[in-house]
Design a protein around this ligand. Structure first.
Ligand SMILES: NC(=O)c1ccc[n+]([C@@H]2O[C@H](COP(=O)([O-])OP(=O)(O)OC[C@H]3O[C@@H](n4cnc5c(N)ncnc54)[C@H](O)[C@@H]3O)[C@@H](O)[C@H]2O)c1
Length: 400
């Protein structure tokens, strides 16, 4: 494919920045259509962008109906960027796949097990493919962990931890917060369901999928009138026993009153150890440390500065926006696949489901007070029964 004709659905905080980056940062790509049910996001200037989107994307045709956009322009679109809320991706992806249009879907991939099965089947039936927009997998630190693992410096991973603590977004009144006031999913989706930034990089170091989970939540203390947990903590385990502990704020709009250390990871392997500790304020920037029995000099912790920007893109001025460069990297990986007519995106739908589905089960576990659950995937036996039995369980604890 010589020139990618891109469309976007969802012009919220993230959709605007991602489609602008695609438009400004890549040659051989045209943004031909854009859709949001709120037309003001097209015509009026919004947070962090100096012009209305209609001026950022002058060649694009705007729609308030996704169906109409696909109906009228489907044959002129090669890829749809799905940037709707975190709990409503699958239907947009499936409609594009039905027309053999490739999809770049932001994460998490799906909100329910039923959607997971339907999306998995839809991709199998389509000539097009889904790229999972897991930008955390493209960070410097994720690549550094993977490099150590692939070179045998860590051996096989035994136990890992991740933390993703949303900042103090709730300290600004919702109506005055430009990220929250248009974005219902951030206060509705249980934090543990938004697990892909944490599990994605760690699953790259593993040979097995996550099979079991139990998760506990703290209940609501910061604002007792709101349902849900302030904090959730899940254990995940593979069939061979490898374990991951994940700490999340209980809602995607933050829970704790800290404003530092969003992402941290630690991992112990049979031959080595790594940690990526998120910043602790400006005086303590994020840092990456590791230890390896395989290195003569690796007995003590070796420390390197950590960052989001992957090395491969660090010389490119245009890449230096959007999560420190990893947004550019994940878009570039997707577009290169189309330009080079490759058979598979580097982060497939299956990869996305493997990092999304454990969070769906974990949320159910937390709502049940920490019940241990067996995780299954759409290509496995027993998944259809789980669609019936697990999807019907509540996501949030009933208030006593
Ligand atoms: N990868 C990352 O680092 C990262 C960061 C933030 C958000 N995200 C993901 O990006 C996505 C978007 O996040 P956001 O903060 O921009 O959310 P948002 O709620 O601000 O924006 C979603 C937009 O979708 C639109 N929309 C909803 N239903 C629609 C429909 N039927 N037709 C057309 N438009 C519709 C809404 O009007 C809204 O403008 C989410 O999936 C989130 O998980 C990823």
């Amino acid at each position: 494919m010589q020139t990618i004709r891109l469309a976007v659905v969802g012009l919220g905080h993230r959709g605007r920045l991602m489609v602008k980056l695609a438009h400004d940062g890549f040659k051989n790509l045209k943004v031909v259509a854009a859709c949001d049910c709120d037309p003001l996001l097209w015509t009026e200037k919004q947070h962090l962008i100096d012009r209305p989107m209609k001026d950022v994307l002058p060649e694009a045709k705007f729609y308030t109906s996704y169906d109409q956009m696909l109906e009228e322009m489907g044959h002129e679109i090669d890829m749809v960027l799905v940037e709707t809320g975190a709990d409503v991706h699958a239907e947009f992806c499936m409609k594009a796949l039905k027309r053999d249009i490739h999809v770049f879907s932001d994460i998490p991939s799906v909100a329910t097990l039923k959607e997971a099965k339907e999306l998995y089947e839809a991709e199998k039936a389509s000539k097009a493919m889904v790229m999972t927009g897991a930008n955390a997998n493209e960070t410097f630190y994720s690549n550094a962990m993977l490099d150590l693992y692939k070179r045998g410096m860590l051996g096989e991973m035994i136990y890992m931890e991740a933390e993703y603590i949303g900042g103090s977004m709730r300290s600004i009144p919702r109506s005055e917060n430009p990220i929250l006031n248009h974005s219902p999913w951030r206060s509705v989706v249980p934090g543990i369901r938004y697990c892909t930034h944490s599990l994605g990089p760690l699953l790259r170091l593993m040979r097995e999928v996550l099979r079991y989970t139990y998760c506990i939540g703290t209940n609501a203390h910061v604002d007792p009138d709101r349902p849900g947990d302030d904090v959730q903590s899940a254990f995940f385990q593979t069939e061979s026993g490898v374990a991951i502990r994940l700490l999340r704020s209980g809602r995607c709009d933050g829970g704790l009153v800290s404003n530092f250390g969003h992402h941290s990871y630690r991992g112990w392997g049979t031959k080595g150890y790594f940690e990526m500790i998120g910043d602790r304020g400006p005086k303590n920037p994020m840092c990456f440390r590791f230890q390896s029995k395989e290195l003569y000099c690796g007995q003590d912790l070796i420390e390197v500065p950590s960052k989001y920007m992957p090395n491969e893109y660090s010389h490119m001025e245009v890449a230096k926006v959007g999560h420190g460069g990893c947004d550019y990297a994940v878009l570039d990986k997707a577009f290169q696949t189309l330009w080079k007519d490759l058979d598979e995106f580097p982060i497939t739908l299956k990869d996305g489901l493997v990092m999304t589905i454990p969070g769906i089960y974990a949320a159910k576990s937390a709502a049940q007070g920490g019940m241990k659950m067996t995780i299954r995937y759409p290509w496995e036996e027993g998944f259809d029964e789980d669609i019936v039995n697990v999807d019907s369980m509540p996501d949030i604890k009933c208030k006593k």
